[in-house]
Write a protein that binds this ligand. Structure first.
Ligand SMILES: Cc1cc2nc3c(=O)[nH]c(=O)nc-3n(C[C@H](O)[C@H](O)[C@H](O)COP(=O)(O)OP(=O)(O)OC[C@H]3O[C@@H](n4cnc5c(N)ncnc54)[C@H](O)[C@@H]3O)c2cc1C
Length: 297
């Protein structure tokens, strides 16, 4: 593999001070767009190292990801990492999208296979398209050698993988294809992250593993997400939520996430990535509880 320049994100990941990043998703309509941008406005003073915006997940389109990624970069001055998935695209289309990303000024991309489209159980590569996240990493590294490339990692195993060993071997293929860092799927039990990082190291995966944290908003939501991602829901978190009134669930969720982050950083995590779900309150509560100060107007 050719050597490539470090991107802003890979440089930030190699610094002593922990990185923090926030993930948005492309809104479905103008009202959702306004909510997303209000969230961006609320978070901006805390100067996250980067923000990311998902692609395709939950019905978003190529155009909305691009449109809002540009707004976040050009109007809010964030370092933006758009996501890209293989779903429904030929290689030529993927190259066109990547070219558009490069022209718009993005220098980092989160490379994913993506989930099967709604109504389908099994992922099938589009004719002339790609089958795995590792294929997309290879395509990007070959054609856009200086892009920083993030990939997904699964502390509690990707739901489709037969076992952890196979999943890790597949992750190693993705890393060897040229990924710069891994962002994890959500998890609520830090031991899952620490065990995953150790297994990565033991398998020869030595790129940073950025933990992804979801501040819980409600008991129903966390049960749904845990089922979908096959993540475990710690009994103590479930109990706290069950015993509290619904309106207190977001506060409990943010406290739990802040507690996770403190322990993760003490345990050597290179930073933290917050799945903000286009809502500001929980992310702000986490940042305040971690003592992060505003550094921009
Ligand atoms: C941080 C993060 C961000 C995400 N953002 C988005 C988003 O923006 N849009 C979206 O639609 N989804 C997103 N997802 C969800 C993701 O698309 C799904 O989890 C998807 O099912 C897997 O994508 P992947 O790139 O990790 O797949 P892959 O790395 O391709 O892995 C998928 C499955 O195939 C297996 N596998 C991999 N390579 C091989 C091989 N060579 N042979 C056999 N099996 C193999 C793996 O073990 C795994 O079970 C995100 C996930 C994470 C963790």
């Amino acid at each position: 593999m050719k050597m490539h320049k470090p991107s802003s994100i890979t440089s930030a990941l190699s610094q002593e001070s922990p990185l923090f990043s926030v993930e948005f998703f492309p809104p479905k309509d103008d009202a959702g767009g306004r909510r997303m941008l209000e969230t961006a406005e609320a978070i901006r003073p805390y100067s996250p190292n980067f923000v990311s915006i998902t692609y395709g997940a939950g019905g978003g389109t190529r155009e909305t990801t691009m449109r809002y990624a540009r707004i976040l970069q050009d109007e809010y001055n964030f370092e933006v990492m758009p996501h890209l998935t293989c779903v429904g695209h030929t290689v030529n289309e993927l190259l066109e999208i990547l070219e558009d990303f490069a022209k718009a000024g993005f220098r980092n991309v989160m490379a994913l296979r993506g989930d099967p489209p709604q109504g389908e159980d099994v992922f099938k590569a589009t004719e002339g398209g790609l089958s795995y996240g590792s294929d997309l990493v290879e395509l990007i590294r070959e054609n856009f050698p200086d892009f920083g490339i993030g990939v997904g990692g699964y502390p509690e195993k990707h739901p489709e993988a037969k076992d952890n060993i196979i999943d890790l071997a597949n992750l190693k293929t993705k890393v060897d294809a040229g990924a710069d860092f891994i962002t994890t799927q959500l998890f609520f039990d830090n031991q899952a992250y620490f065990d995953f990082v150790k297994s990565c190291k033991d398998s020869g995966i030595d790129i940073p593993v950025l933990p992804g944290l979801l501040p819980v908003l409600s008991l129903g939501q966390v049960r749904r997400f845990c089922k979908m991602c096959e993540a475990s829901l710690p009994t103590s978190l479930e109990k706290k939520l069950t015993q509290a009134d619904d309106e207190n669930h977001p506060t409990i969720g943010a406290e739990w996430a802040a507690g996770q982050i403190n322990e993760l950083l003490q345990g050597g995590a290179p930073g933290y990535h917050i799945y903000a779900l286009n809502k500001p309150q929980s992310t702000l509560q986490i940042l305040q509880s971690l003592g992060i100060e505003k550094t921009a107007a």
